[in-house]
Design a protein around this ligand. Structure first.
Ligand code: NAD
Ligand code: UFG
Length: 337
């Protein structure tokens, strides 16, 4: 079975490529390397001992993307490619809508033309907006609080409409919670450009001495220690969720929606403590005001994925931090360092 992985050079995409190759799938990777490095794909090849075609293609260039479909017999697509920075999306919303939505429309047009009827899409817990309660189940009301989140919600709707019009199409929407961690080898991991927006890479860069201290955004939330609570999930568990989705839902027409989270919430201070344990150093931090748009608590009810896909996240918070630290400490400047 040949899988087209869009955004396969990125953080989650590359970890999924490793698991796909190890499980015996053939892959084709498409990425414009806007937010990633080709060296990450070298690591994927080294770790798996397998080769695969890579197309440095922008999804906005439909003709270039068509070459990928012409030259490869694709059975399924896992669609990771997209811009993902929440704050940036409020500043350049048109770019976000154009990149994420137009890119997806091109992909769907080509899938239709070449008779590819399986797609797994990287959605996000962001589509639950400001959930009234936790844990979150897949049937919670959907809304968004920023343009990035809107691209996810709109693409979900586009995929639902495409499926309604093509009864052979299998659409799986995977709503990720907060992916962290790295491949055990320490040879690949998250490599954000510039100052990280997300908590874990920020903490990791403080630990390695690149940043001075963590800024904790708010300590007055209605949570046990006042700091924000999230459902952190190991990126390898997340990657394996994609394999389960392919195994169970490919060629099963319909729209299949799953939360990929652990079901456990950890606060910012708990994450700092867990990372400190993993790296054996104190992590300096200071309490700042709340970050606009943040919610107090967000964690999944992952029961549906367990029952229907046979998937459960297995790696705990200590393992997530240890694996992140192995990558960060050996690659303080990421792939290009
Ligand atoms: P990432 O930025 O590391 O990977 C995305 C990849 O897509 C990058 O390699 C980038 O170069 C590529 N890309 C972007 N626009 C492209 C285009 N027009 N054409 C070709 N390639 C393009 O991000 P990630 O963390 O691996 O996220 C993967 C997916 O999961 C994204 O869709 C993201 O929105 C979604 N997601 C991520 C998180 C998270 O916290 N990391 C949470 C929920 C959902
Ligand atoms: N936080 C800090 N300091 C930082 C960064 C974050 O205190 O420097 C706090 C936030 O306030 C929040 C928690 O750490 O309480 C997690 O923040 P992240 O930015 O790491 O993650 P978010 O939950 O805000 O958002 C992430 C992705 C979104 C995605 C969402 C749900 O960035 O794209 O998870 O999957 F939609």
């Amino acid at each position: 079975m040949k899988i087209l992985v869009t955004g396969g050079a990125g953080y989650i995409g590359s970890h999924t490529c490793v698991e796909l190759l190890n499980a015996g799938y053939d892959i084709v990777v498409l990425d414009n390397l806007y937010n990633s490095s080709e060296k990450c794909l070298d690591a994927v090849k080294e770790l798996t001992g397998r080769d695969f075609p890579f197309y440095k293609v922008d999804m906005l260039d439909k003709d270039a993307m068509e070459q990928v479909f012409k030259e490869n017999e694709i059975d399924s697509v896992i669609h990771f490619a997209g811009l993902k920075a929440v704050g940036e999306s409020t500043k350049i919303p048109i770019t976000y809508y154009h990149n994420n939505i137009t890119g997806t429309l091109h992909l769907l047009q080509l899938m239709e033309k070449y008779g590819v009827n399986n797609i797994v899409f990287s959605s996000s817990a962001t589509v639950y907006g400001m959930p009234k309660t936790v844990p979150i189940t897949e049937d919670f009301p959907l809304s968004t609080t920023n343009p990035y989140g809107s691209t996810k919600l709109f693409i979900e709707q586009i995929l639902k409409d495409a499926q309604a019009a093509n009864n052979k199409l299998s659409v799986t929407l995977l709503r990720y919670f907060n992916p962290i961690g790295a491949n055990k080898s320490g040879k690949m991991g998250e490599d954000p450009k510039g100052i990280p927006n997300n908590l874990l890479p920020y903490v990791a860069q403080v630990a390695v001495g690149k940043l001075e201290k963590v800024h904790v955004f708010g300590s007055d939330y209605p949570t046990p220690d006042g700091t924000g609570v999230r459902d952190y999930i190991h990126v390898v568990d997340l990657a394996l969720g994609h394999l389960k989705a392919l195994e169970k839902k490919s060629n099963v027409p319909g729209v299949h929606i799953y939360n990929l989270g652990t079901g456990n919430g950890y606060s910012v201070l708990q994450i700092i403590a867990a990372f400190s344990k993993a790296c054996g150093k104190e992590i300096p931090y200071q309490i700042d005001g709340r970050r606009p748009g943040d919610i107090a608590e967000c964690y999944a009810d992952p029961t549906k994925a367990r029952d229907e896909l046979g998937w459960t996240a297995e790696r705990d918070i200590d393992e997530m931090c240890e694996d992140s630290w192995r990558w960060q400490s050996t690659h303080p400047n990421g792939f290009e360092g």
